[in-house]
Design a protein around this ligand. Structure first.
Ligand code: FE
Length: 343
């Protein structure tokens, strides 16, 4: 009899454990973001809610193809990209579902989420000009367009034309200024490049710091924060030698180019409630403080205090373009970039 009871208890316990495991709530994230800082937030989310997060990291284009191929069977619940243009594409391919929510609207600044609620910004970054402080007078800088004048011949460092940050930047100029002006800009800009584009944003800063001829680098703002706070003394030195300049700040000018990391809920998400909880969590003041304090990005939550370094760089006028539409200009922007000889 005793044996049977022990046996029954064992079977029951095993059964309960198994069903418990089956019931463990999971949200699957497909993300393009490549920053270690995100995992800290994911862990905090799991701790708070008990929901496990499975994270798949790949490029935006790879994740889009994957979602298309998987169709209804996709395991993905949440899609996170480091470029608003790619979320636009995902929306157009019917890979996202809308999520209209008052909490989200309160936590994300107006203009930083899709007008039909298919995606919400998570962080904001500006793509600006970094200059060699010892060689370049800040007063010689003004607009993006001015980078096409002969004054900057062979002095500009920028990464390749296939990079999404660059494509979105040029798409924003195309949207604001039209094709003729963008083409003229590109022709002058490309002829001012110090070398054939190579490397990432931080490599452009290193090139300028090495004082071989390049004096200006086109970079996202947070990379400056990462350089200045790097564990590597050389990187800190690179950061210290550069100044941050926000272009197009005049009254009649369009503002500095901004882009977003943003998130949306996948059309065939299996755990919509969990996905919604995650989006609310990532835009909450707690998460937003983490994004700005650890990765030096601008919070999208208007109530979140900026990291002191960002405060030091100052407030700036940002492009007021409809970021929901930026993606429409990507293809043409890339054609014009390649047409101008931007490798
Ligand atoms: Fe990046």
């Amino acid at each position: 009899m005793k044996k049977i009871v022990v046996m029954l208890t064992f079977i029951l316990t095993t059964f309960m454990l198994a069903s418990c495991q089956n019931q463990e709530e999971v949200v699957v994230i497909y993300t393009e973001r490549h920053y270690e800082t995100d995992q800290v937030l994911y862990d905090a989310f799991t701790e708070k809610t008990g929901i496990r997060l499975d994270v798949v990291r790949a490029s935006a284009d790879e994740l889009i193809s994957r979602l298309i191929n998987e169709g209804e069977d996709t395991p993905a619940d949440v899609l996170i990209f480091a470029d608003a243009g790619r979320l636009y594409r995902a929306k157009n391919l019917a890979l996202l579902q809308p999520f209209e929510d008052d909490i989200m609207k309160n936590q994300v600044d107006q203009g930083l989420y899709d007008t039909n609620f298919y995606w919400y910004g998570l962080t904001m970054r500006a793509r600006v000009i970094m200059y060699a402080k010892d060689r370049i007078n800040k007063t010689s800088l003004s607009t993006y367009d001015a980078l096409s004048t002969p004054q900057w011949n062979d002095q500009i460092a920028v990464r390749t034309s296939s990079n999404l940050y660059n494509i979105s930047w040029i798409a924003s100029l195309l949207m604001a200024e039209g094709e003729t002006q963008t083409e003229a800009f590109l022709n002058g800009f490309v002829s001012n490049l110090y070398r054939d584009p190579a490397g990432n944003d931080r490599d452009q800063a290193k090139l300028v710091a090495s004082n071989v001829g390049a004096n200006l680098a086109i970079m996202n703002t947070y990379y400056m924060g990462l350089l200045l706070n790097s564990e590597d003394a050389n990187e800190r030195e690179v950061g210290q030698s550069l100044g941050v300049f926000f272009p197009n700040q005049g009254d009649d000018e369009s503002g500095a180019h901004i882009n977003l990391s943003a998130a949306g809920i996948v059309t065939y998400a299996k755990n919509i409630d969990g996905a919604q909880a995650l989006l609310r969590f990532l835009t909450s003041d707690m998460s937003q403080s983490h994004f700005t304090n650890v990765n030096y990005e601008y919070p999208v939550n208007p109530n979140t205090t900026w990291h002191p370094l960002l405060v030091e760089w100052g407030t700036f006028k940002r492009q007021t373009l409809n970021l929901s539409q930026l993606g429409e200009f990507h293809e043409r922007a890339f054609e014009l970039m390649v047409g101008a000889g931007w490798k």
